[in-house]
Design a protein around this ligand. Structure first.
Ligand code: PHE
Length: 486
């Protein structure tokens, strides 16, 4: 790969750029890594914040948030999700970005850098490996659902749902899921879009994507909310989203809320580390992450306000599960003036948002492979895409041919992937990250990376990271585990 070999011949420069770890072995400094990997970070803080936002805003906000809120009884779920988001997920995302800005490399290399500087065991690198593995699993079902979005944008544009009854739309979704070929076609198409974006590299691909994607998302969502307010039952939607009723809320709902907080903020897959590594120097990491979280929440609530008025106005059952968006939206838009246009816009929104997230899911592992295999970006992208494609295929089969195969009694393969990642792996990686940064990394280093934040902010963050996050994640995981086995 271009620029892969050590670029400096001059011994003085080499001394400057090589460091020694506690075993007195030479290690590469961040500066060297930066030069060696053809590093192309972003120049502006805005691009960094936009990139983190585009990784956060995705299917999680539109598809997952709406159906989970529907399944877990509305407001109590929303409240616990918000608490988990700001008290647990935000501090951990800050910790991830700190590792990234400090180590300036892929998740594994950045963590190795942090361990060396804090004289810790390099076994902590397992966090990076686990994070990338989790991202890979999520990506394999993410591309499948994003493919549905792509297909439905096409269906809406061609007017398939014009004047269709709710039953017809439901049957259409059922037929759609029953055909592995169709699902594969759309999944492959979406994966191809992701491959193109990731292959273009960070500055050109991602840097450009975020400047186009986020404004598009905001405009489209704005239009759709206005549309839903005018044409749907906004009262019922508000009641559902914001008033506390404890009917469907259970202990498991808290775990789901926690998992969703990580999922929606893209915590636990190394995206924070990778994007942190591309960030310009001297950014206020803490404030940037809080801004991203606020933005992400606003988008989720706006998506809820775009979907639920329509669900309630058309007597659709909010707790119908992952198909919620793919039945309610086409039905409603099929029966409304200019519905084709708005329905197409809606699914275009879903695809654009999903693309930013899919890139964030793929980028960390690509960086890891590039740094460890020393192969060009495109080669690594193809390897990862092939793996994702195959796993995605297994996921597709769970909707039709393997429909009756159940793991752990209840879940099909798609649900196994979802539960395994959101309810187990994301909390686990996040817990390890919180312990690593909160308890093990040297506090001076951490403070240095957050020097733009006020002391109060820093100590509050550290408190949440050291005490609140690990104990909350631990308790929630154990409680959910006990319920699972009981
Ligand atoms: N945050 C993304 C969403 O809400 C999903 C995602 C998870 C992206 C993890 C990157 C990493 O859809």
């Amino acid at each position: 790969m271009k620029g892969e070999s050590f670029p400096f011949r001059c011994p003085c420069a080499a001394t400057l750029l090589l460091h020694y770890n506690h075993d007195n072995k030479p290690v590469l400094s961040p500066l060297t890594l930066l030069a060696r990997n053809g590093f192309g970070g972003w120049k502006s803080r805005t691009t960094f914040v936009l990139a983190l936002s585009s990784s956060a805003v995705g299917l999680g906000n539109i598809w997952r948030f709406s159906y989970l809120t529907g399944e877990h009884g509305g407001a109590p779920f929303v409240i616990s999700y918000l608490l988990c988001l700001f008290l647990i997920a935000v501090p951990i995302l800050i910790a991830e970005v700190v590792i990234g800005t400090h180590g300036r490399g892929s998740p594994t290399v950045a963590i190795r850098w942090a361990t060396d500087r804090s004289l810790l065991s390099r076994n902590w690198m397992v966090i990076g490996v686990l994070a990338c593995f989790t991202g890979l699993l999520i990506l394999s079902y993410y591309t499948v659902v994003a493919g549905w979005g792509l297909a439905y944008a096409g269906f809406m544009a061609s007017g398939v749902f014009a004047a269709a009854s709710a039953l017809t739309v439901g049957e259409h979704f059922g037929d759609f899921l029953a055909s592995p070929r169709t699902l594969m076609y759309w999944q492959s198409l979406f994966l191809l879009m992701t491959v193109v974006a990731v292959s273009m590299g960070v500055r050109r691909g991602l840097g450009l994507l975020v400047w186009i994607a986020l404004p598009t998302i905001m405009v489209l969502l704005g239009v759709l909310v206005v549309f839903a307010v005018e044409n749907g039952d906004i009262k019922a939607a508000q009641e559902f989203l914001f008033s506390v009723k404890l009917m469907d809320f259970s202990a498991r709902s808290v775990l789901v809320a926690l998992g969703h907080a990580f999922f929606t903020l893209s915590v636990g897959v190394g995206a924070g580390i990778t994007y942190g590594a591309y960030a310009p120097d001297r950014i206020p990491v803490g404030r940037s992450v809080v801004a991203v979280a606020v933005f992400d929440t606003l988008i989720s609530i706006a998506a809820g306000l775009a979907i639920f008025p329509i669900v309630f106005a058309n007597n659709i059952e909010p707790s119908m599960g992952p198909g919620l968006m793919f039945v309610s939206i086409p039905y409603a838009f099929g029966n409304i003036m200019q519905g084709e246009l708005f329905g197409t816009l809606f699914f275009a929104l879903v695809v654009v948002a999903a693309l930013g997230s899919a890139v964030a899911l793929m980028e960390p592992i690509i960086r890891v492979l590039m740094q460890h295999l020393r192969r060009p970006r495109f080669f690594c992208v193809l390897v990862v895409a092939a793996f994702v494609w195959l796993l995605g295929f297994a996921c597709i089969l769970s909707f039709n041919i393997w429909q009756d195969e159940h793991w752990f009694g209840t879940w099909n393969f798609f649900e196994v992937l979802d539960v395994l990642t959101a309810d187990l792996l994301l909390p686990l990686v996040s817990l390890l990250t919180a312990v690593f940064v909160g308890w093990f990394m040297r506090v001076e280093i951490v403070r240095m990376e957050l020097y733009r934040e006020a002391r109060l902010f820093f100590w509050l963050w550290r408190f949440l990271l050291r005490y609140v996050a690990p104990s909350a994640i631990g308790v929630i995981l154990v409680a959910a585990g006990l319920r699972f086995y009981s």
